[in-house]
Design a protein around this ligand. Structure first.
Ligand code: NDP
Length: 247
């Protein structure tokens, strides 16, 4: 437990499982009150909320589909209504629709853009309205934005690459207000979406310099640094927390 984020309020999208759950728990361990969204796993979201409350912080879970802009805006309003402020936004929720280009249609394209790109834009815009100097927006991209190491990722990679531009543009817009915006590109991370014992895990591991998967807590540690006051001169940056996948 630390208290570097005492008095801060964080919103983590997709906080019911995987990287988002680890981020929510880490920010709470560092002192923040934490709201998280989920799409369908209310039970898993409730478990994370209970863990945060057990750590002595306030917590809230909100069902909000990233594909629904109105739900995201409502969620930000609900967080501010409940906790009185919002200081840290982590745009983590994402989907991974992969396949050979012949199999990827407009439906996969549009949904990937809606969930992985439009949602971070909408949520950042809504949250920034409430942020004061010291505010933090942290986007979660992907190693697949930096290196198309194997086939089948055209749409996913393009959606995550878009976050590099969004992060720079928002960083420029919000910098004068003392709000920083940064992007973390995780490498292969042991979650339901990419289990470290999955059928392709050995090959994926081989693309990293460290030869191993990240734990969700490894990504959360980088988010926690960006959330802190002493990261204040870092904005518009893309940080690869990828075990050397991109090198
Ligand atoms: P998981 O599939 O393990 O968890 C996804 C989380 O996002 C869940 O909380 C899920 O909620 C939520 N979610 C999914 N779709 C939506 C939606 N439409 N609206 C709201 N919430 C949604 O994913 P990871 O933890 O592995 O991934 C988290 C982020 O990290 C993603 O952006 C992913 O692209 C990125 N990433 C992951 C890597 C990895 O190897 N794991 C590597 C690089 C990037 P629910 O529980 O309700 O379904």
């Amino acid at each position: 437990m630390s208290n570097v984020l005492d008095g801060k309020v964080a919103l983590v999208t997709g906080g019911s499982r995987g990287i988002g759950a680890a981020v929510a728990l880490r920010l709470a361990a560092d002192g923040a009150d934490v709201a998280l969204t989920y799409q369908q796993n209310g039970d898993r979201a409730a478990q994370v909320v209970e863990q945060i409350k057990a750590a002595g912080r306030r917590a809230l879970a909100v069902r909000a589909d990233n594909a629904d802009p109105a739900a995201l805006t409502r969620t930000v309003d609900e967080v501010v209504g409940e906790f009185g402020r919002i200081d840290i936004l982590v745009n983590n929720a994402g989907i991974y629709l992969a396949g050979p280009v012949d199999d990827l249609g407009l439906a996969e394209f549009d949904l990937s853009i809606a969930v992985n790109v439009r949602a971070p834009f909408v949520t950042s815009k809504a949250a920034a309205r409430h942020m004061v100097s010291g505010g933090r927006i942290i986007n979660i991209g992907s190693n697949m934005a930096q290196r198309a190491a194997f086939p089948g990722h055209s749409v996913y990679s393009l959606s995550k690459t878009a976050l590099i531009g969004l992060t720079k543009g928002l960083g420029r817009d919000l910098g004068p207000r003392g709000i920083t915006v940064n992007l973390i590109n995780p490498g292969p991370t042991d979650t339901d979406a990419n289990p470290a014992d999955g059928p392709y895990a050995e090959a994926i591991r081989g693309f990293t310099a460290l030869g191993q998967y990240a734990e969700p807590a490894d990504i959360a540690a980088a988010v926690a640094f960006l959330a802190r006051e002493d990261s204040r001169y870092l904005t518009g940056a893309t940080i690869d927390v990828d075990g050397g996948f991109a090198i």
